[in-house]
Design a protein around this ligand. Structure first.
Ligand SMILES: Nc1nc2c(ncn2[C@@H]2O[C@H](COP(=O)(O)OP(=O)(O)OP(=O)(O)O)[C@@H](O)[C@H]2O)c(=O)[nH]1
Ligand SMILES: [Mg+2]
Ligand SMILES: [Zn+2]
Length: 300
């Protein structure tokens, strides 16, 4: 018996696939798994977790989990319970398609919010730029003006991928976004060796078909790791504190001190500087809608 360190690269029900040095081992976990550090938001192993395994010959069992540096977490669609997408990532690439499927701003704002709340750098990737003009041309500049990095790319033609590749080197990067946005296609384009399965877009709904079914951590040949994930339809937020909201929506927070009431909810109070700014166009109406929506979900 000896103890070795490893990283979870995939979760298969109760079993995990763990990278230990240059080999991978599928193993179960001790029932009394030791969570080092603070108690975890979700006590289930997730891709990216750093673990300690007890090995005997070729077999192993997970006995402990190192403290998580960060984790991207959402409220699971039905139960509302914390569900982690991955742990210990350096950045998240939020992948949306210019069209097919149509990009949803509400979802983008929720991803951005969760990244802020977990301290994970977010980059906005607009894939399928080869499809031409899209409704997103009207609102994407809002995000560029807020200081987000926005990369327009095409996995199909290879356009813009150099920048993406440079951004991946030496880091652990989570790819997330709706089904059909082209996460797996992009990963295949930056490294064809991945040979990830790619789905089609339904002609009836214009949406993806949930081709990727589990998150997987994969090494890049030029250094760094990427995590491909299944497409997400919804992203329920957890623990949205006022500070988290202010950090994720700084352009709204900037006006709050001008409101007549110090506890203004910016919904129907008179003398609301936030609503006035929305009416003048100084705050983008779509962003304000996302802000209210996230806050409302949190208080419900
Ligand atoms: N026109 C165009 N189509 C693309 C591009 N990138 C991907 N696609 C197509 O979009 C469809 C979905 O691609 P996937 O890579 O499977 O999408 P995904 O985000 O991994 O989807 P899930 O695994 O279901 O979450 C496929 O038919 C791809 O060929 C692109 O840059 N341009
Ligand atoms: Mg996929
Ligand atoms: Zn107000």
């Amino acid at each position: 018996m000896k103890l070795v360190d490893g990283t979870v690269i995939a979760v298969h029900g109760p079993l995990v696939r763990v990278q230990i040095g240059d080999r991978t081992v599928v193993m179960a976990s001790r029932r009394r798994l030791k969570w080092e550090g603070a108690s975890p938001r979700s006590p289930r192993l997730v891709v990216g977790d750093r673990i300690v395994a007890e090995m005997a010959a070729e077999d192993g069992v997970v006995v402990a989990v190192r403290p998580r540096e960060n984790s991207l977490c959402r409220a699971a669609p039905h139960s509302g319970r914390p569900q982690l997408l991955a742990a210990n990532v350096d950045q998240a690439l939020l992948v949306f398609a210019a069209s097919r499927p149509e990009p949803k701003r509400g979802l983008l704002d929720r991803f951005l919010f969760a990244c802020h709340a977990s301290g994970i750098d977010a980059v906005i990737i607009i894939n399928k730029s080869d499809l031409g003009r899209s409704e997103l041309d009207d609102w994407l500049p809002v995000y560029e003006n807020l200081g987000y990095e926005v990369f327009r790319v095409s996995a199909r033609t290879g356009w813009g991928l150099g920048r993406v590749k440079r951004r991946l080197v030496g880091r652990t990067t989570l790819f997330c976004g709706p089904s059909g946005a082209g996460k797996s296609s992009l990963l295949n384009s930056v490294y064809p060796g991945f040979r990830l399965k790619v789905g089609s877009i339904s002609d009836a709904t214009g949406k993806g078909r949930h081709t990727t079914t589990r998150a997987e951590l994969m090494p890049l040949p030029y250094g760094g790791f990427v995590v491909d994930t299944p497409g997400l339809k919804e992203f329920g937020v957890l623990d949205a504190s006022d500070e988290d909201l202010a950090r994720a929506f700084p352009e709204i927070a900037a006006f709050v001190s001008g409101c007549q009431f110090s506890d203004c909810s910016h919904v129907q109070e008179p003398g609301c500087a936030v609503k006035e700014a929305v009416e003048r166009g100084d705050i983008d109406a779509g962003r304000f809608a996302s802000y209210l929506n996230i806050r409302e979900e949190e208080s419900s």
